[in-house]
Design a binder for this molecule. Structure first.
Ligand SMILES: C[S@@+](CC[C@H](N)C(=O)[O-])C[C@H]1O[C@@H](n2cnc3c(N)ncnc32)[C@H](O)[C@@H]1O
Ligand SMILES: O=C(O)C(=O)C[C@]1(C(=O)O)C=C[C@H](O)C=C1
Length: 235
């Protein structure tokens, strides 16, 4: 279904509710630059490390698009799990996993309260940015503690830039991308207002520093387009 959520005046801040979940795949494919390519890149990196029984945990799994894609491409019997705190999203994720006959564990859970233990690979694409900044730093520390020695944390985020002029230019370029994807100026403005103080991006440096302070020894970026970046952090 086509995303028309912001064609009308917003009545509340942005939420991952039924209305958003019902158009989510279209919303992401038209709102996140290179959404498919980043998913393929992250999956390729995981497949390079795939082993029988290895655990892959997706935080903010939404409608399980990432996990289903990984499931369809993996050869080793990895244990795939997704958590999300939106019942509407998880309902669709469960429907899709059933439809594809995919053995993927799904849990309705708050990533702030989840018990991370003996994890091999944790993924969080376009999710941390919705966690309050102070809670985010605590979360990353818990992810670090919950990862095994060879563990890997892969996450994609919208970012801001220290250089305010560059930041404005990147935002304008991003909104031009959204317009090219068929969103009207009105929809873009409405969504921007709905996301205000709900989606809180860090700078690239803040994301890296957050991982370093949590204990990660190696943090690299593997993708960037304007204000969207994908990071890989290793213990
Ligand atoms: C932009 S979507 C993530 C997109 C998805 N990872 C993908 O690549 O298709 C953010 C997701 O995080 C979930 N989320 C936000 N805060 C959460 C929390 N505290 N615990 C668990 N899930 C959360 C939302 O319900 C939503 O499904
Ligand atoms: O910043 C925006 O305008 C976005 O739409 C970005 C973003 C995201 O990065 O998570 C916000 C919410 C989702 O609908 C998909 C995209």
């Amino acid at each position: 279904m086509k995303d028309k959520v912001f064609e009308k005046p917003i009545e509340k801040k942005f939420e991952f509710d039924q209305a958003v979940a019902s158009v989510f795949d279209d919303m992401l494919s038209r709102s996140v630059p290179f959404y498919d390519e980043v998913r393929d890149l992250v999956i390729s990196l995981i497949l390079a490390e795939q082993e029988e029984g290895k655990k892959v945990l997706d935080l903010g799994a939404s409608t399980a698009k990432f996990l289903l894609d990984l499931h369809s491409k993996m050869e080793a019997g990895m244990r795939l799990k997704g958590i999300d705190n939106s019942p509407a999203m998880l309902e669709r994720a469960e429907q899709k996993c059933r439809a594809f006959g995919a053995t993927i564990e799904l849990e309705l859970a708050d990533m702030m309260a989840y018990d991370y233990s003996n994890e091999d690979i944790i993924v969080a694409n376009y999710t941390l940015q919705f966690i309050r900044p102070m809670q985010r730093i605590e979360l990353i520390k818990r992810l670090y503690e919950g990862l095994n020695e060879e563990g890997m944390f892969i996450f994609s985020e919208k970012v801001v830039f220290e250089d305010k002029r560059l930041d404005k230019e990147m935002i304008d370029i991003y909104y031009a991308y959204k317009k090219a994807q068929g969103y009207s100026d009105y929809e873009i403005a409405q969504k921007r207002e709905a996301l205000e103080n709900v989606l809180i991006p860090f700078t690239i440096e803040e994301n890296i520093r957050m991982c370093k302070e949590a204990g990660f020894g190696k943090i690299d970026t593997i993708f960037q387009w304007a204000n969207f970046v994908t990071f890989v952090a290793k213990k």
